[in-house]
Each structure stands twice: as C-alpha cells, then as structure tokens.
Design a protein around this ligand. Structure first.
Ligand SMILES: CC(C)(COP(=O)(O)OP(=O)(O)OC[C@H]1O[C@@H](n2cnc3c(N)ncnc32)[C@H](O)[C@@H]1OP(=O)(O)O)[C@@H](O)C(=O)NCCC(=O)NCCS
Length: 177
C-alpha cells in the first residue's frame, strides 16, 4: 500500500542530483546537448559547503521521485544589490505544481536563513507571476527593479528584488548595503 500523500522536504542527497538536473532542464533547458552542463551546475551546488539545497517528494516513500528542489545561499552582489541570504532557485515539476510544494520548500529555506540572519532576499523575473505570488504570500515585498546580480539576466523583462524581514521589526534599512 502506498503511504498517504504527505509533502516531504529534506536535504538533497547525491542520488537526487540527476532528478534535480532534469528539473533544472525543464526550467532552464538551454540548447540540445546541454544536459552535461546542467548536471555539472547541480553537482557544483551540491558540493557547496555553505548553501542550503533541499528537495521535495510527494509521499514519505523513499522510492518516490524528487518533484522539486530549492536552494538558498549567501551572496555578495554589492554594490549592485544587497549582501545577504538569498532564496536562490526553486523548480517544482509541472505535474506537481499548485499542491503546496513551492511553499513548503520556501518555508524550509526561510527557516534555514532565520538561523543565520534576520532578513531574506530573492529575485525573479518581473513576468514570473507564480514566483511573485508565492513569495508575496509569505510576506516578501518588492524592494527594487534597479539591481543586478552578477551572472543573472532576466529574459524578456526586468527582474524584481524582494525582501522579507524574519523578525518582528520593520524592514531595516541597515540590512541593505
Ligand atoms: C514558482 C513555482 C516554484 C511554484 O511552485 P508550486 O509548488 O506550484 O507553488 P505552491 O503550490 O506552493 O503555490 C503557493 C502559492 O503561490 C501562488 N502561485 C503558485 N503558482 C501560481 C501561478 N501559476 N499563478 C499564480 N499564483 C501562483 C499561489 O498564491 C499559490 O497558492 P494557491 O495555490 O493556494 O493559490 C513553480 O511554478 C515553478 O517551479 N515554476 C518554474 C520555476 C520558477 O519560475 N521558479 C521561480 C524562480 S524565482
């Protein structure tokens, strides 16, 4: 009998990396033949000792496929964006969307950041309604559209940089650089 449907979020394992590369390919495929590059990117995330790299499954069955991944990292993009902890990439398989996985993965990353800082950042394409709504529902507010993160471009539009204060205070200007 299959275990009941329960969203499970856990740290990534080496055996999950191909599934994560497949999810990355869905979102950020690139040209045919790009698979080795995608696998190398995912492997590099996994090898980073200082980041948060989580995956999600839809039940607690260990044989269940990974249907989502999400990361958080500390970035120093100064002077074009604030130094701090950023939500850094989330992809949920199309067949598993709108079931709460994105929220679970993001809440878990915010808990990880909250152990390290009182503030979290994320950025997305200004046309990415799903991402904007998801993060708004967690309390993120738009901070700027005039920013740049080295190595990141926003296809067909501008990016939105958004901020969330993780304690009870108001958004502290002192967190920005
Ligand atoms: C963005 C993404 C991760 C959301 O994942 P998800 O598991 O579907 O999100 P959830 O089910 O947890 O949705 C939580 C809330 O976010 C908002 N939301 C999610 N998808 C949405 C959509 N397509 N349109 C509008 N709002 C949406 C809703 O408020 C939703 O709550 P609701 O379903 O009760 O209305 C997913 O759409 C995805 O992988 N997109 C491609 C990759 C991507 O764009 N990543 C973001 C880069 S910053």
């Amino acid at each position: 009998m299959r275990p009941p449907r329960t969203l499970v979020v856990r740290s990534v394992r080496a055996t999950d990396l191909d599934a994560c590369a497949a999810l990355l390919a869905l979102h950020d495929g690139g040209p045919a033949g790009a698979e080795p590059d995608l696998r190398a990117r995912v492997r590099a995330w996994f090898d980073r000792p200082d980041g948060c790299f989580l995956v999600a499954t839809q039940t607690s069955d260990p044989a269940d496929p990974v249907v989502g991944y999400a990361r958080a990292v500390h970035l120093d993009p100064s002077p074009t964006a604030p130094i701090g902890y950023y939500l850094a990439g989330i992809v949920v398989a199309p067949t598993a969307r709108r079931t709460g996985l994105g929220l679970c993965l993001t809440r878990a990353r915010l808990a990880w950041i909250a152990e390290r800082a009182d503030s979290a950042w994320y950025f997305t394409n200004a046309h990415n309604t799903a991402s904007l709504r998801l993060h708004e529902s967690l309390g993120f507010h738009e901070e700027s559209r005039d920013f740049a993160i080295p190595g990141v471009t926003f296809a067909g539009g501008r990016g939105v940089l958004a901020h969330l204060t993780l304690d009870d205070s108001t958004c502290p200007t002192a967190n920005r650089r």
